[in-house]
Design a binder for this molecule. Structure first.
Ligand SMILES: Nc1nc2c(c(=O)[nH]1)N[C@H]1C(S)=C(S)[C@@H](COP(=O)(O)OP(=O)(O)OC[C@H]3O[C@@H](n4cnc5c(N)ncnc54)[C@H](O)[C@@H]3O)O[C@H]1N2
Ligand code: MOO
Length: 376
């Protein structure tokens, strides 16, 4: 089932069923989306406290200073202002306020004379009331919000230690090719070192990558034991004697979602669903083709598994190199006068894409190109 480039991208996205929610420690949820609203577990602030270093005062001034409270002291301190007494308690910012506090007089505005203090206060000034920002059971953020460091801070402040999030999809990467190495006649592995960055950029977590010797039995064993939502196989996607991906998936009865894409490079990209629900992406061994295939089938799959919207790509009208029948993916630099092709864009090349701002997705028929962002 060879699809057009946009069709393949959409089919990959549609094939992914969003992962169910997981409860993660707040710090591990960074970058993920809340699967359930953030509900406050406590009051914020937890008790009435001072917003300034100064004096908690009760009754009309001047006030008699009756003690001092620092932040972090457990338990209530003695009330002030009982029966209309003009009393003050020295307080640090964040310290629990004594019952009866009218307002807090900051040190800078206070005149101290022995055990008396005086100054002008405004009713309720510099007082932070228990629960004024959040109360237990209050919904603070809706499901769908991305967990930023600020969300982590809010969750921590209201006593939430675990968040229900849509987890990052697990990716396993099987890198094939007995020719890979840096000895004589060998080819240096360019894809394995790039995969952790590609996967992280696309929102997955990668275990590995794992090198797999050429041979159907080894690939089969590695595929069967890969614990992942998406298994990415690099190389072995073509029709040579050591190209086992497609025959193996056929033998396993995997359901094809994308089996080849009418684009250059990346024509051998594919995506299949195994009977156990795992998805398998084929990335051709040529490194630029592998990146194109990753962007065409693997990244949309990861977006779908994360329950994200499929990214909408901008269109751009420009004279860019075209292929006679297939969509062409061209590394471009974005300039004020439009995208400029950088060359070095054959299937096994990397210099173009290494200096590109984006890939222009150029249809064969001369209609406007799309701009595919690149992993950063
Ligand atoms: N008879 C045909 N031959 C080829 C076809 C075809 O349709 N018919 N398609 C060509 C296209 S297009 C591509 S792309 C490649 C895909 O090949 P495979 O996915 O089977 O990968 P290999 O044969 O293992 O390697 C191809 C090429 O890439 C180099 N390679 C492999 N892995 C890596 C890596 N991790 N890092 C760097 N380079 C890698 C490998 O040495 C080969 O040069 O097939 C064409 N042939
Ligand atoms: O799969 Mo190949 O990428 O068309 O160069």
């Amino acid at each position: 089932m060879v699809l057009g480039w946009e069709e393949a991208r959409q089919a990959a996205y549609d094939a992914a069923v969003p992962l169910g929610p997981a409860a993660l420690p707040v710090g591990d949820a960074l970058g993920l989306r809340l699967a359930a609203p953030l509900i406050s577990a406590d009051d914020l602030p937890r008790f009435d406290n001072a917003a300034m270093d100064g004096y908690a005062v009760a009754g009309p001034g001047p006030w008699r200073v009756v003690g001092r409270s620092l932040a972090g002291e457990p338990g209530d301190c003695a009330a002030i202002g009982a029966a209309g007494a003009a009393e003050a308690r020295e307080v640090a910012t964040g310290a629990r306020l004594p019952q009866g506090t009218r307002s807090v007089l900051p040190h800078e505005e206070a005149q101290r004379d022995g055990d008396l203090v005086s100054g002008r206060v405004e009713e309720g000034r510099h007082v932070r009331l228990r629960g004024e920002e959040a109360m237990p059971g209050e919904k603070l953020l809706p499901a769908g919000v991305v967990v930023t460091p600020q969300v982590v801070a809010l969750a921590a402040a209201v006593g939430v230690t675990e968040l229900s999030v849509t987890p990052a999809p697990r990716v396993a990467a099987l890198v094939t090719g007995d020719e890979l190495g840096d000895g004589p006649g060998q080819v240096r592995d360019a894809i394995g070192p790039a995969l952790p960055g590609w996967v992280r950029w696309a929102g997955g977590t990668l275990a590995g990558p794992q090198r797999v010797p050429d041979g159907a039995a080894d690939l089969r064993a590695a595929l069967m034991s890969a614990q992942a939502d998406l298994v990415v196989i690099t190389g072995s996607s073509s029709v040579g004697p050591e190209d086992h991906v497609r025959p193996l998936l056929a033998e396993l009865g995997a359901q094809p979602v994308v089996d080849g894409v009418a684009c250059r490079p990346g024509s051998l990209a594919g995506l299949w669903r195994l009977a156990d629900g795992r998805l398998v992406a084929a990335l051709p061994g040529n490194p630029f083709a592998a990146l194109v295939a990753f962007l065409t089938v693997a990244a949309p799959t990861l977006a779908g598994l994360r329950g994200e919207e499929q990214a909408v790509l901008a269109t751009v009208g420009a004279e860019l190199p075209r292929h006679r029948s297939d969509t062409r993916l061209v590394p471009v630099r974005l300039t004020e006068s439009g995208p400029v092709a950088l060359g070095h864009d054959r299937s096994g090349m990397l210099r173009g894409v290494a200096q590109a701002d984006a890939l222009a997705v150029v249809p064969a028929d001369g209609t406007p190109a799309l701009l595919q962002p690149l992993p950063t």
